[in-house]
Design a binder for this molecule. Structure first.
Ligand code: LLP
Length: 422
């Protein structure tokens, strides 16, 4: 469910016509709906009413300060993966005790910063990391709260680049080695065991892989408790998908997900921690673009737009599908055409859609790339010296620029000439 709908022939974000944003801010531009962000957070939160739980939004999905603040105001914590994300979460007003720190390569500096901010838990991904966190914390006379991320060797049936729970993936400690790892944690002076973590992948559209993983997780918690460990929470990661197509990839409703979580883990009496990213932000954002040229060749029609692969990497990186909707609603029965929608970047992989049947588009036409709120702006870059895409937040009939358009001068200013150049 999102708040991007046609009204009187025009595509709106809540009560704002997207064409007015395109006019004022230009294109390409990301536009987010506050109502959709709030709704997604609340639906997930309400699915766990009556259970101790903490939702740590995976801010890697969309880490604009305005988005973080909106979610923090609803009570969200954050799942972070870098010192940079820690600083941004804190700047948005998220308290340290609602932050979990994931990722395979935490540096000493990041570990120290997380300790300084009193985070809720480190999700530890390997034995070398466990030892290092202990050394750093013990060196300051502290005990770091830890939860070991366990790799259950479960196939999440998602794109290979976003699967994280198979034995061949770099993440977590193998399930078979988990008890020994917890034994080590108990003996280390600078860590204190709090929980067990699993995150098996992203854009998962069925419950089965989660259920397999969480069943193994429940078994492990019981074994660990029998070994004398106090396990007070389980961190179930993120991973619930969103409907990019809308028909073939409809994900489970959070209610059904919650029912499965309670079925597999409810008897343990633990606090649940969740790290949803995409399901909160994905359908809450669109990317606006404009057609620059339409180029016909013998084999194809290319709609060349001002959205480059630097603005939205997902299609070329994961063969991802994003719907494209013209801002002016096509009349019923309007002529359609099979086209490639490509960008201006000098790479063949610079496309948003290939062989897509769309209403005929012409130079100057505005359109929206749907479901671009997660892993869109955060993965954009300045390849081909294209300034970072601006971002806009809509709330009811208001909108605000929450990241201004970068200027080429800003890019030039990031570089420095060596002192020996003339
Ligand atoms: N927790 C951990 C430890 C993660 O690694 C991730 C995502 C999440 C939570 C959030 O997962 P979500 O609920 O968003 O599925 N750039 C890719 C997605 C990468 C996901 C990385 N980890 C894409 O555009 O599809």
């Amino acid at each position: 469910m999102d708040h991007f709908q046609y009204r009187d022939g025009e595509l709106f974000a809540e009560d704002v016509p997207l064409s007015s944003i395109a006019q004022e801010v230009g294109t390409p531009t990301y536009v987010y709906s506050s109502a959709t962000l709030r709704r997604h957070y609340r639906v997930f939160d309400e699915a766990f009413t009556g259970r101790d739980h903490l939702i740590c939004y995976a801010m890697k999905a969309n880490s604009n300060q305005a988005v973080l603040r909106l979610l923090a105001d609803l009570g969200a914590g954050m799942d972070i993966v870098s010192g940079g994300e820690l600083a941004r979460a804190r700047a948005a007003g998220v308290p340290g005790e609602k932050i979990v720190f994931s990722g395979v390569g935490k540096t000493d500096e990041e570990i120290r910063a997380a300790l300084d901010h009193g985070i809720f838990c480190f999700n530890v991904e390997s034995l070398p990391e466990l030892r290092r966190i202990s050394e750093v914390a013990a060196g300051r006379g502290q005990k770091a709260p830890v939860s070991l991320r366990i790799n259950p060797d479960v196939d999440a049936q998602t794109h290979e680049k976003i699967s994280t729970g198979k034995a061949v993936d770099k993440f977590g400690i193998p399930w078979m080695e988990a008890r020994a790892a917890y034994g080590l944690a108990r003996d280390l002076p600078g860590v204190m065991v709090k929980g067990v973590t699993m995150h098996i992948g992203s854009q998962i559209t069925t419950l089965a892989p989660f259920e397999r993983a969480f069943t193994l997780l429940a078994e492990l918690v019981e074994l660990l408790r029998a070994d004398g460990h106090e396990i007070s929470h389980v961190d179930l990661g993120g991973g619930l998908g969103v409907p990019y197509h809308g028909d073939t990839d409809v994900p489970p409703h959070p209610r059904d997900y919650a029912e499965m979580v309670n079925r597999t883990l409810g008897h343990l009496g633990v606090t649940y921690v969740f790290e949803p990213g995409r399901m909160i932000a994905g359908n809450a954002g669109v990317l606006l673009g404009r057609v620059i040229f339409v180029k016909e060749t013998e084999t194809k029609t290319f709609v060349i737009s001002d959205i480059g692969m630097n603005d939205l990497m997902r299609p070329t990186l994961y063969e991802a599908f994003h719907h494209i909707r013209p801002l002016k609603e096509p009349a019923p029965g309007a002529p359609m055409q099979v086209v490639d929608v490509v960008g201006p970047v000098c790479e063949t992989g610079d496309y948003i859609a290939r062989d897509r049947k769309l209403p005929v588009m012409e130079r100057g036409d505005l359109f929206a790339v749907m479901t671009a709120g997660a892993y869109g702006a955060v993965m954009s870059n300045t390849y081909n010296t294209r300034p970072l895409t601006p971002e806009v937040l809509v709330d009811g009939d208001k909108f605000a620029v929450i990241r201004p358009r970068m200027e080429v001068e800003d890019i030039i200013a990031l570089d420095a000439l060596p002192p020996w150049s003339g």
